[in-house]
Write a protein that binds this ligand. Sequence first.
Ligand code: MEV
Length: 425
Amino acid sequence: MSNNSSRISGFHKLSVSERVQRVLQYAGLPAGELEPLFLNTGNLPAALADQLIENVVGTMNIPLGVATNLLIDGRDYLVPMATEESSVVAAVCNAARQCYDSGGFITSMSGTQMIAQVQLVGVPDPANARLAILEHIDDIRRLCDACDPVLVKLGGGFRDLEVRLIEAASGTMVVTHLIVDTRDAMGANAVNTMAETLAPHIESWAGGRVRLRILSNLADRRLARARCVWPVDAIGGADVRDGMIQAYEFAQMDPYRAATHNKGIMNGVTAVVLATGNDTRAIEAGAHAYAARRGWYSSLTHWEVTREGHLAGSIEIPMAVGLVGGATRLHPMAGACLKIMRIESAEQLARVIAAVGLAQNFAALKVLATEGVQKGHMSLHSQNIALMAGAQGDEIARVAHRLVELGTVRIDVAERELRALRAGG
Ligand code: MEV
């Protein structure tokens, strides 16, 4: 057993390089080799990273690709995507190419409203308490708006009030929803402050005790929508179209399939969310909760055949992304990505992301309904295996090609093929 303890007092007070030294020492790793890896923080300066989170020892770089061919609401976009998964960026480019000539994507947004929840427990007369809170809507509006005059100046602020009764094991909870338009902010800070401010007032109007004061990631008043029609001839004919619809119906009816179907959508969504410095977990949580809103978990997209026989796809997904605050403002690369897309509002960004999610789903359904994913994955995987076997330069493509040809993507086969290639075989 190691005599190293993970209880390192004052670790957070050390500088980034001091922390790196401590960690390498702890792990018994050679500082000379690894220190430069940690201290090369790429496009996020170490000092800035150190401000964003705690106990920073480095950064973790992820490839940033650009999706092309995207025509959204009549405007061309190049969309930056940060992902470690191969095929994700190519899939969006392909899907978008197949609908470019027929007009691309049409998008809209339900609004930019977020919900904060205030949980009140121990109320003897919950129905009475509910109405008592609702009666104070004008006070609530005033208190909430006073929390964020800048937001109000920008056209945002308190919009509506909902009070729900939730039957729980410990009794009926009175849950107040503050509905707030947060405009270009993701809004977590704004609505959490409002919920916090309101808590003592709610206790005094309704009795009981406030416990939680926190936003909900089920941002169902901030739905981004995108739709698109793919001409049947552009996608390979009626059989491909019907296979894609059946793949969708599978996801609609079966949570095991829906989880993978939606994962594919989130491949695209999360990549743009990350590239723009937004909160990927908030978006993931909102998307999956929304996918289960009917009481069972289902597809985030919808696919059908138009009167003319073309394939129509649509998506509706909570999209709480912002342009102000957090990493979006601070990370230099996030700023650059927003500039590449010429994004002017959080709503515009949300709509672009919805279109990317739909394109990603189109690409997945098409490949699944036709050749299957393994063929494409295997050809990419074969390149990695060729590299691992020691192939260099144009040997990589040649060995990879041979592995696919043989239908066996294995390191021992790659080594054998490389030897044969070098021996002039
Ligand atoms: C892989 O990352 C994503 C897919 O599995 C999505 C899907 O099955 O729809 C291809």
